[in-house]
Design a binder for this molecule. Sequence first.
Ligand code: HEM
Ligand SMILES: *[C@@H]1O[C@H](CO)[C@@H](O)[C@H](O)[C@H]1NC(C)=O
Ligand SMILES: *[C@@H]1O[C@H](CO)[C@@H](O)[C@H](O)[C@H]1NC(C)=O
Length: 326
Amino acid sequence: MASSTAFRRCLFLALFVLLSSSAAHGQLSTSFYATTCPGVESIVRSVVSSAVAADPRMGASLVRLFFHDCFVQGCDASILLDDAPGIISEKNAIPNFNSVRGYDVIDNIKAAVEANCSGVVSCADIVALAARDGTFLLGGPTWEVPLGRRDSTTASQSQANSDLPAPTLSLSNLITAFSNKGLSATDMTALSGAHTFGFAQCFTFRDRIYHDANINTQFARLRQGGCPSAQGSGDSNLAPLDVATQNSFDNAFYANLLKKKGLLHSDQELFNGGGSQDALVQLYSANQTRFFADFVTAMIKMGNVGVLTGTAGQIRTTCNVVVNNY
Ligand code: HEM
Ligand SMILES: *[C@@H]1O[C@H](CO)[C@@H](O)[C@H](O)[C@H]1NC(C)=O
Ligand SMILES: *[C@@H]1O[C@H](CO)[C@@H](O)[C@H](O)[C@H]1NC(C)=O
């Protein structure tokens, strides 16, 4: 009797060691908070719902926030840190400054989650969940988000400047930017479908609407109306990334590309007459189910880039500052 109890304890210990060592090796799990914070997903959903009800663009902004987190040091909430001794904020990097939105929504979610289960849920996981909810609430797919990321104690503004792709990039440079993060050309084309919602500022597409050849003439004129040709004039004027259905997550982005109505130069590079992604753009524009499935696969893959797990990093108390444990 006593020895069988000891044996069982031993089994439990072995199982525990196995589980925790797999966590230390970067394994995320959809049930990570099942016992430690079972309310987290409903809290995130409710805060994102209110934010999207007040401003539908916020769904898009939260998806982009996740992308800009994952491409810099991995999905570790490094993008959320403010300037501090030893921290040069990524918020002030060229692709992020006056452009990335949703920091306030993440702060509201974190405060609500801390009130429910304190010191348990990382900011990095909140960003991943908010991106999933932003997609779903605007009509896109939903999925189970693998969780268990931890938060960084560092940020890298220089990596934000070097690794986030610019809208001027060619197809081959876009493919390289994603392959540098372990993502395939298919992942890149599927993830770019996030440009089915949200907005871009005039300075990011001015060159395209005045100088690119592979653009629909009427579409170029339409966008020129809100974006003067002179550098510095109307730079921050907004235009929807998806000319057809700006506030819904669907596959219209790809149909736009077939008509040469991509807003960004980089968007139209995905369908530029004979390029490697042309067939996939055609497939996604014809089959939204397939786009949604590939988008989900790629979001989960992107969500695994460079994650901190186990005892690496920390769980921040507020997302914009590192917790100093000394
Ligand atoms: C393929 C390379 C990509 C480039 C060159 C690119 C570039 C851009 C640019 C220039 C903007 C407009 C920013 C502004 O004017 O302030 C933008 C917006 C956006 N991007 Fe991308 N992006 C890329 C990939 C992605 C990916 C992978 C995602 C997410 C999975 C994403 C999601 C978004 C969303 C949702 C917006 C609108 C955000 C809002 O309205 O707040 N982008 N992107
Ligand atoms: C945490 O959230 C869950 C689900 O929303 C709720 O049932 C529970 O009462 C909350 N607990 C606390 C301490 O706020
Ligand atoms: C669309 O894609 C889905 C998922 O890959 C597939 O099951 C379905 O047969 C496709 N539909 C058509 C019309 O090809």
